[in-house]
Design a protein around this ligand. Sequence first.
Ligand SMILES: Cc1cc2nc3c(=O)[nH]c(=O)nc-3n(C[C@H](O)[C@H](O)[C@H](O)COP(=O)(O)O)c2cc1C
Length: 372
Amino acid sequence: MSTTTTLFDPTEVGAWRLHNRVVMAPLTRNRAPDAIPTDLMATYYEQRASAGLIITEATAISPTAQGYADVPGLYGTEQIDGWKKVTHAVHRAGGKIVTQLWHVGRISHVELQPDHQKPVAPSAIRAEAQTVLIKEGKPEFQPTSEPRALRSEEIPGIVQDYRHAAQNAIAAGFDGVEIHAANGYLIDQFLKTGANQRKDDYGGPIENRARLLLEVVRAITEAIGADRVGIRLSPVTPANGIDDADPQPLFEYVVKQLAPLHLAYLHIIEGSTGGPRELPERPFDYGALKTAYQMAGGKGAWMVNNGYDLPLANEALAEGADLVAFGRSFISNPDLVARLRAGGPFNKAHRVTFYGGGAEGYTDYPTLDQAG
Ligand SMILES: Cc1cc2nc3c(=O)[nH]c(=O)nc-3n(C[C@H](O)[C@H](O)[C@H](O)COP(=O)(O)O)c2cc1C
């Protein structure tokens, strides 16, 4: 009898029983004016509820955590009420949904910050990166603004914002949260030498650069329970102009520290987010990362992402991954699970409607049934 695990086998992850191992990756879509989730967003997520788990688009934990036009937040009552529509719709359709908690740090623009203040960051180093403003209804890419370095005494307030947003997530009906520690945003900026030149307890050696991440994880797990919390890491992506001098020991330290905290899952972006899975100039051993986690007693599910299709996903499962997150293919295939099961065909995603706009390129991609 074959015991091969497939993408379509159910599994227990933390507090959840998932129908399958296909995860919808977090996807920013810039369709939340005033940072409040809309009815259209509820429809979009409900259409994708056959995923084993949905991770929402990145969601700002505070007004200063904001770095792009029309992204949602989770720090005010109207936002909680907006998200309730989304979580109820997904649950009605039999799905599970967590929200991705986000602080962009230096990946922002003064136009998006309260009182047009400078964005905050570990150090006052501007990112070689762009952000998206919406001008006359159209996305407009702009260079990020120069940030200011957070003072040491401001950091507990940031941790508190994460804790509060996690509590709001539960109030909004989410099954849990994913901590966004990837892609060159605030937590990743603290982790990596290219953005962190601090001289206090949050800069310098690895233990110091990982301090904010671990404080955030502890605060959130204390608030809502570790079995409802996952974390996303991207050891080598250059996304948003981020870089580290020596990522292998950094991330092995991080996962060893996470091991005893009993998170539901670790979500690892392999290679360059949305780009090549192998970067010759930034080699990284993901097998060694997983071994480091498991040898330290880590039992959370291992979720992989970046450029996966069905054959590659099956390979990853055979090699011991527990969950596979799909990004762009979920944008254009609301019934991605059924399409993977059927071996295709797959709708193509239209880039021009990724960021901003309305229903077009958002809720109008057909299912297999609708395509006839
Ligand atoms: C339109 C778009 C928006 C994205 N937004 C987010 C986000 O909010 N948070 C995040 O961690 N990654 C984000 N990503 C990265 C995806 O989650 C994913 O890592 C990437 O698309 C690679 O996976 P794929 O090859 O399956 O698409 C985004 C990617 C795209 C294309």
